[in-house]
Structure formats: structure tokens, C-alpha cells
Design a protein around this ligand. Structure first.
Ligand code: AMP
Length: 426
């Protein structure tokens, strides 16, 4: 147990972590361009927030939350998603009183107790955005297009963008009735979960992954059949704005998404080649959520993208993932005295902005050179007895296999000049 991580979690190790850092740079960059500010909320919240904010008929709340009683006898939950926390912060920090819309983004770990499999973990990472305070369908299109822009920038291709409208409180009761009428004669054949959903939230039956339920639901009335005029107009405008950007999408009448809070636009993005867990992101509008959480009526929309699945898709599609460039310099020494000189030089090199390291295992000069080569170091700066006497160092270019003797006081300048002339290719 001591040497095993909990089921459904991952270590992100050197070699892999560069991909994560690359994605994090890209997502911060795109958020800057689109005018989103970062928000960092706690990893855990009062359980009540998710019961209200995610919805107590959802799989997340019913089955998947990491909930525990803390030492102060309060029920807290590791966040299963980011929207509820963003809404809580929007209210707690009174962002609604400032200029609207408020555009926020977040990235970090989320926790759901689900059966782990490829692409499904108990701790996974999301990147998400939320926009509060605007009803404009152009915002729906911006949010959708931004997610597709992000995937495009990291080189993902052949993605399927599914969009739908799930209606609003005005058309939901109609849809609910229609769905209950449709499923009533089929109730006995639905899975036990869906039999419960029939009463609590029949819309979610359309989202069931059980094959008998999806077969039974194939002919069910869809959300689009039941939309009110205002929802139809909104949806038409979202599509119009997506068309203006020439962004291809599929209207997926069965798309309802797992969370209760969605109204109007819902969307999901699938990658074709990562197996059963093919959804690499999704989102939608949640115009009632801020109010449900105790705030003023405020429209909202957002998405969350799953970083593990994005990385899986990038690997499968052979997307270029920049590799770590490795150390610039390894300082190689022979003898105790040289080690002191080297230790001092090492810190000067680093302060000059050049990455550097030295041996800490008392290896022989030959073994140090071998280690520097294996570690992919660009230069070895070698200080032996000869160099100590003449106050010099040998600078060896490991790629070009050339070396020069350089005055100790000139080593940094020499390295800088070399690196300027021939920067290392990523
Ligand atoms: P959701 O918050 O359920 O709408 O999920 C948004 C995205 O997060 C999904 O499209 C997945 O890419 C990712 N995701 C959700 N649950 C998991 C999980 N258990 N493991 C890995 N990724 C997940």
C-alpha cells in the first residue's frame, strides 16, 4: 500500500510533466487573448454547494462525490467540477456588483469516485471558463469557438462538436411531460436509475449510457421538439454565430449532459480515437444557477475540458508535444579543490540565466562526462588540476563534440555567445 497510489489517480512524472506545462502555457495564453482572468478556488467546499450547484439528481452528487466530515464536524467535499465554486466565488466576492460580463478561467484537479478505466480517473484535471452576466447568444458561440480554438492550437484534428438546446424553465415542464408520457409505457424496461430519473428528472434518461435505455429512448421526444420561442430564437442565433466563424458542428438532439444546471445551449466535443471515454470537453449555459445558489438572477455559461483525455488524444494523433530541452551546462570536476571552484561557478552560471548542475555523488571525471551526456546536457564545463592552475575551464560542446579552453572569468560570456549563435532546437 505504501508504494501504491490510490486507484484512479496518476503521478505526472518528469518526461510527462512537460506536456502538462505546455498545455498550461497554451491555455493561459488563449485565456489572455479572449479576455478571461484566472480564478483559484479551494480544492474542497461545503458539501451543500455541490448538492445545490451540481444538482442532487446527478450521477456526480448521487454516486461520485468524495465527501467527508472534517474535525470540526462539517461536511466537506473535494470539488467534482469547477462551476459551482466559481459561482460561489462570484457571489462571495460580489463580482455581480462590478462590470459585467465577468469572464473567469480555472485549471486544476477535480475528484469523482467513479470506476476507473482508460480516460476516466478519480482525480483528473480540467481547464474551464465561466462567463457571468450576459444573455447574448454570441457569448455562447464565443465560449464554444474558444474551446475549439484551444484544441486547434494544440494540434488536435477530426473533433466532433455536438450542440443542442436543452430549454429553459418555461419549456422544461412541457418537455418533462412529453418525456414522461413517452416513457410511461416503457417504464418497466428502463434501468433502475432511469426509473428513478423518470420521476426526478426525465431529461436525464436521454443521457443514460445503458444500451437498453438508449435504444428505448431513440424515438423519444427531444429537447428541440419542445423549445419555447425564446429558446428557439436563442439557439438559432448561437448557430448563426458559429456559422459566421465557419465552425462545423452537429446538432445533437439527444445531448443533455450530466449536470442539472444547464439551460439553453449545451455542447460537447468528442475525439474520435481515444476509446469509450471520447468526450474531451463540454459545457453549456446555466442561467438559473447563480440564483439557485442564493444570488441575484444572473445568466452564465461555461465549459470544462478534460486534460488527461486531451493528452491521450494528442498522443494518439501524434501531435507535436515540445520536449524538455535538458540542462544547458554540467560542471565536471576532478579533485576537492576543483569542486569548490566548480560549486562557486555553478551558482554564477545559474544567476546568469543558464541552467546548470554538477555532480553530487563523487563520481570520477569520466563518469561525470558520461552522466552529462546521458542527461542531454549541451555543454560540459570541465575543471581539473590543470585548469585550476591556469585559472581556466574547458568548455565542451556536447552536441558538436568540440571544446575550447576559456579563462575562468570569461566562461559565462563564452557560454552566452555560443548559445546566442546556435540556440538549441526544441
Ligand atoms: P463534465 O464536468 O462531466 O462535463 O466533464 C468535462 C470533461 O472533463 C469531460 O469531457 C472529460 O474530458 C473530463 N472528465 C470528466 N470526468 C472525468 C474523469 N472521471 N476522468 C477524466 N476526465 C474526466
Amino acid at each position: 500500500m505504501l508504494t501504491m497510489r490510490p486507484r484512479g489517480t496518476n503521478d505526472i512524472m518528469p518526461g510527462e510533466v512537460e506536456t502538462w506545462q505546455y498545455l498550461e502555457r497554451q491555455l493561459r495564453h488563449i485565456c489572455g487573448e479572449y479576455g478571461y482572468a484566472e480564478i483559484r478556488t479551494p480544492i474542497f467546499e461545503h458539501t451543500e454547494l455541490f448538492l445545490r450547484g451540481v444538482g442532487d439528481t446527478t450521477d456526480i452528487v448521487e454516486k461520485e462525490m468524495y465527501t467527508f466530515i472534517d474535525r470540526g464536524e462539517r461536511s466537506v467535499t473535494l470539488r467534482p467540477e469547477g462551476t459551482a465554486s466559481a459561482v460561489r466565488a462570484y457571489l462571495e466576492d460580489k463580482l455581480y456588483a462590478g462590470p459585467q460580463p465577468v469572464k473567469l478561467y480555472y485549471t486544476g484537479p477535480m475528484f469523482r469516485y467513479d470506476r476507473p478505466q482508460a480516460g476516466r480517473y478519480r482525480q483528473f484535471h480540467q481547464f474551464g471558463v465561466e462567463v457571468f452576466g450576459s444573455h447574448d447568444p454570441a457569448v455562447d458561440a464565443e465560449v464554444i469557438a474558444m474551446s475549439m480554438d484551444f484544441y486547434g492550437r494544440i494540434g488536435l484534428k477530426n473533433l466532433a462538436l455536438h450542440v443542442n438546446s436543452v430549454g429553459c424553465p418555461a419549456c422544461r415542464p412541457h418537455l418533462r411531460r412529453q418525456l414522461q408520457d413517452f416513457f410511461r409505457p416503457r417504464l418497466a424496461s428502463l434501468c433502475p436509475n432511469c426509473r428513478e430519473r423518470y420521476e426526478k428528472n426525465p431529461l436525464r434518461i436521454l443521457d443514460c449510457k445503458e444500451s437498453r435505455c438508449s435504444e428505448l429512448g431513440a424515438e423519444a421526444p427531444t429537447t428541440i421538439d419542445c423549445l419555447c420561442d425564446s429558446c428557439l430564437t436563442h439557439f438559432a442565433s448561437v448557430k448563426k454565430h458559429l456559422d459566421l466563424l465557419h465552425l462545423p458542428y452537429i446538432v445533437d438532439r439527444r445531448l443533455v449532459r450530466g449536470l442539472d444546471y444547464y439551460t439553453h445551449t449545451a455542447f460537447e466535443i468528442m475525439a474520435p480515437d481515444i476509446g469509450a471515454q471520447s468526450s474531451i470537453g463540454g459545457g453549456g449555459r446555466y442561467n438559473g444557477l447563480v440564483e439557485t445558489c442564493g444570488g441575484p438572477p444572473t445568466p452564465g455559461i461555461g465549459y470544462a475540458l478534460g486534460l488527461e483525455r486531451i493528452i491521450l488524444a494528442m498522443k494518439n494523433q501524434g501531435c507535436a508535444i515540445p520536449r524538455s530541452p535538458g540542462l544547458d551546462v554540467f560542471v565536471v570536476t576532478a579533485g576537492r579543490e576543483a569542486e569548490h571552484t566548480a560549486f562557486h561557478l555553478l551558482f554564477k552560471i545559474r544567476r546568469a540565466g543558464i541552467s546548470a548542475d554538477k555532480d553530487y555523488l563523487n563520481r570520477s571525471l569520466k563518469a561525470q562526462m558520461k552522466y552529462a551526456g546521458k542527461a542531454g546536457t549541451r555543454f560540459a564545463v570541465i575543471i581539473g588540476e590543470e585548469e585550476l592552475k591556469s585559472d581556466t575551464a574547458v568548455v565542451r560542446d556536447m552536441d558538436a563534440q568540440e571544446q575550447a579552453t576559456v579563462a575562468m572569468g570569461e566562461v559565462i560570456k563564452y557560454l552566452q555567445a555560443k548559445m546566442r549563435h546556435a540556440p538549441r532546437l526544441p
